[in-house]
Write a protein that binds this ligand. Sequence first.
Ligand code: DGJ
Length: 714
Amino acid sequence: MITKNGKTIHLTGRGMSYIMVENDDGDLLHFHFGRRLPDCDYADMADEWTEGLGPISNMASLDVYPQEYPAYGYTDLRRPAYGVTRESGGFVSRLRVREYKIREGTAAVDGMPCLFGGGKKAQTLEAVLCDDDIGLNVSLFYTVFDEYDIVARCAVITNRSEEDMTLNSAFSSSLDLPIGNYEMLHLSGTWGRERDIVRTPLKSGIKAEASNARGGSGHQINPFAAIAEAGAEEESGEVYGFSLIYSGNHCTAAEVDQFGFLRVMQGINPFGFQKKLSPGEAFCTPQSVLCYSDEGFGKMSREYHDVYRNNLMRGKWANEPRPVLINNWEGTYYDFTEDKLLKIAKSARGLGIDLFVLDDGWFGKRNSDNRSLGDWTVNYEKLPSGIDGLAEKINGLGMKFGLWIEPEMVNPDSELFRSHPDWIVRTADREPAQIRNQYILDLSRGEVCEYVINAVSAVLKGANIEYIKWDMNRQMTDMPYLGYNHEYTLGFYRVVSAVTEKFPNVLFEGCSAGGGRFDPGVLAYMPQIWASDNSDAVSRLKIQYGTSMCYPVSAISTHVTASPNHQCGRNTSLKTRGDTAYAGTFGYELDVTNLTDEERAEVKEQIAAYRRLQPLVREGDLYRLQSPFEGNYCSWEIVSRDRKSAFLFACKILALAQSKDARLRMRGLDENKTYVERTSKKRFSGALLMNRGIKIPYAMSDFATVTMEFEAEE
Ligand code: DGJ
């Protein structure tokens, strides 16, 4: 709900308040983001910041005020939320409130995905700020939902002057938090080790930045960060989440100022960004979703999971049971024939698998990664019946058929590149870099986007394809001008929104050399994303745990692969691999024709278990119990919304002689209910499970995992 009381604007969610006040000079000051406050006018408290200061107070300096969208140069000398240079060279700006508009529903973000209402009560505030001296308008949009503790923010910056202006930075959100002792948590990594949790104390004078300029949102830094009061834990402490709905270069920056206030900003990375605004032209930032939790990181994550499941992920698959799939990549890589694929599919069908996915290598002359991207016609030497014929045969086995594609890319050795060598991202004066032997198609150009939309559509129309894995395997180099990455990102959204709208029944899975584009922008169109090329169950503990900070488990693709693992050589049991993969969109990625009879029986049981667990994975509340970043154990729990069912996963990573394990205390259950554990049939009260905890029966081996399913008695 949004209310205006005098000079106070009050945004409320389920349990939080976000309050801003306008001072007598028309500056829009930040007042409070945290637990719910009464609805009244707080404007007379806006001046409290100058109290007790030395001579600086005589300057009425904006440097001492918390602000909603700080400008640079007019007395606030901290990092600004935007930077603009006029043709004449001036770069000082100051915004004052012109008007407020409050409307029902969510905001629209030009050309980019954003939260939608999804039948929930939402309101949007537009605070129109102006710098009349230079002819600049900034509209700040804030969307709140009655049932969430989130504020979704974006800004539209318009040149109202007669001269050209250059936008040098334009953050989506800026938040000035009160003096405190804070830490920043961000998700950092690399290929095969995506989304490690990193916590950094923020001290006076420290600037911390979690940013990425690699083209996509990246393996290295995810467009998510949380600011927590020092010492906040999974279930305690105040935490502020920042999640950017964006798939290009991004930045979340934090700075502790001279007094100990913390300024946090999130948006497009200013490095490499620039946008010329002609008179009358406007620029819209992506949406940044801020979340407040007074119960630690766990509550923040559950909030993001809910919001993204209900109000970001679109299309029929967002909340549908997903098929259990088998992907041939780690089973065959490029080395397959139709016969071999059909053998795998048949064997997989016998195990109860629903969907067969043909990965890279089916098109052009593709037998390695050095050619044919762009030539999306079948390689008849490998697949004599074509994709349509193969799909028909797979369908004949009672399975759905899915296909891999990497439509944003081209190899120099391809018909597409030979016909359109000018369609790639490059500068005029230098040979463009090849990464994985490929170039990126220039999606800032309308005709190239059209080509990609048509190429993917032709593939989809050519056969009964019910799933697409949309890959993207390189970083962006050779960008022709500052701000190019944003134009590319808009082109990417143009393409994926056209394709996903055209084929609403197809299930799309995002992928980028593993988990290199795991972001809310992709999630808006593709309800599941391949989390990492590292499919080793033990590595996955951290990858999945870190990813769950912001993203729902139903969005995290998890596959059981062969042992020893292909990425790190580790041997793990089939049980460990399956148990770890349950908390995600489950599938297999190995040559199942090699499984022994015992293994086949175990896989059948795993699939049956996953089908039981799938409603929890799709809709349940995730509780992280033990962090693999902090010790030898990793455990999590998913509880149904009605608290009647729960799934517990626990792993003791390395075996230890003569050791006892602490009891595990569950969370999110109903203390007054009695739960029956499915395998042992033992009965436990919710109070015992949560307040005393239970002993986990780990086997005596490395990587020992245990799963338990609890159902409440009627
Ligand atoms: C990278 C993906 O992450 C893999 O799963 C696989 O699809 C390869 N690309 C294929 O080239």
